[in-house]
Write a protein that binds this ligand. Structure first.
Ligand SMILES: *Cc1c(COP(=O)(O)O)cnc(C)c1O
Length: 395
């Protein structure tokens, strides 16, 4: 059996999305900036897509900017806020310890440019505390950036509360909503969000296209200079097929959100229950405030990488929180941020579901993970030491 449980890394592009895209290669291939009718047709489609995306986020059409994806949107949001900060003499930014690297690495660069960064604790449940955020805000704070839902452990942040606090204090609020968009409720107006990033390939759309929502009146700084596309804030001929596909994917995801989250949430709970019986294991992140499709565990005494490879042999495609695959031996910054010690963080497994996941696949996966953890422990010298009492169990 082949089971794809890595939907937080990327999703399969929906059939309907692919069908929506094809005419924009074959027929409506004009450049939206061209004045002839072919160009105008393309431009009309672009406007429709922008309006549709805006509607699904609770935004106005002119607040939507198309980008190449989540990373670009995150970079541009932070760069733009930093430019405002430089002009107003406010050089303090608040974020969290478990953001995506598109945020954390940009913050690191801004720090080198003289910004002071405060990273809020996300505690063992993987959720920021709004009282701690409130205390961290200073007169020189130019930006609060807190992700909507975490990509590794799936915890959902109190976005509306954070938005209300930032609005009251007059501080810009950006959220990386890449894992949330199309999966859980978003309304940028109701939640007082000033800037929001999303990426199409995380909700059934194509890769390499995303959105930066920017509230009217917040000045954007372009990362790419050139033509006048996207009101001069993001140059380059628009990727119309992908933009049309993204708009369709978001429309579909938002229309099916309620029923999908009930269905996926039930499978998630079954998977969590099934894996919880494995001794010396722990669920990462809050049990309730988490994405409908996220299951993240740590198993003591094993290596996440070995677990992944053996599961792949059994047809189960998953992910590990650890960054070892990227050539570094550091465990995931997310797992460390919720207080997992190195040894435990190394034995992590992330399984992320979609509405295409079946109950049969979940049953199969539970057995596959149990068997593989058992096997890896049976050959692990660390496990032998734990069992013999030469080393103490942490979990
Ligand atoms: C995937 C992801 C990104 C990056 O998006 P890309 O479109 O792949 O650049 C950023 N933030 C989070 C939370 C993500 O999950």
């Amino acid at each position: 059996m082949k089971v794809y449980l890595d939907n937080a890394a990327t999703t399969r592009t929906k059939e309907k999305v692919i069908e929506t895209m094809i005419p924009y290669f074959r027929e409506v291939y004009g450049n939206p900036s061209s004045l002839h009718s072919a160009g105008q047709r393309a431009n009309e489609a672009l406007t429709e897509a922008r309006a549709s995306v805006a509607k699904n986020l609770g935004a106005d059409t002119n607040e939507i900017y198309f980008t190449s994806g989540g990373s670009e949107s995150d970079n541009q949001a932070l760069r733009s806020a930093a430019e405002i900060g430089k002009r107003t003499g406010k050089k303090h930014i608040i974020s969290t310890a478990f953001e995506h690297h598109a945020i954390l690495h940009t913050l690191k660069r801004l720090q080198k440019e003289g910004f002071e960064i405060t990273l809020l604790d996300v505690h063992e449940n993987g959720i920021v505390r709004t009282d701690e955020l409130e205390k961290a805000i200073r007169p020189d704070t130019c930006l609060v950036t807190v992700m909507y839902a975490n990509n590794e452990i799936g915890t959902v942040q109190p976005i509306a509360e954070i938005g209300a606090i930032c609005r009251e204090k007059g501080v810009l609020f950006h959220t990386d909503a890449v894992q949330a968009a199309g999966h859980i409720f978003i309304d940028v107006k109701k939640q007082n969000i000033d800037m929001l990033s999303l990426s199409a390939h995380k909700f059934g759309g194509p890769k390499g296209v995303g959105v930066l929502y920017v509230k009217k009146g917040v000045p954007l700084t372009p990362l790419i200079e050139g033509g006048a596309q996207e009101k001069g804030k993001r140059a380059g001929t628009e990727n119309l097929p992908s933009i049309m596909g993204m708009a369709e994917a978001l429309r579909e995801a938002c229309a099916g959100m309620e029923s999908n989250s009930v269905y996926v949430g039930r499978l998630r709970d079954k998977l969590i229950e099934g894996l919880s019986v494995i001794p010396h294991s722990v669920l990462n992140g809050d049990r309730v405030n988490r994405l409908p499709g996220n299951v993240s565990f740590c198993f003591e005494g094993i290596e996440g990488e070995s677990l992944l490879l053996l599961l792949d042999d059994k047809g189960v495609q998953a992910s590990s929180g650890s960054a070892c695959t990227s050539g570094s031996l550091d465990p995931s910054h997310v797992l460390l941020a919720i207080g997992r010690v190195h040894d435990v963080a190394h034995g992590s497994l992330r399984l992320t579901l979609s509405e295409e996941t079946t109950e049969e696949e979940i049953d199969y996966t539970i057995e596959a993970v149990k068997d593989t953890v058992d096997y890896l422990r049976s050959i692990s010298p660390v496990w032998r030491d734990l069992i013999n009492g030469k080393r103490e169990f942490i979990l």
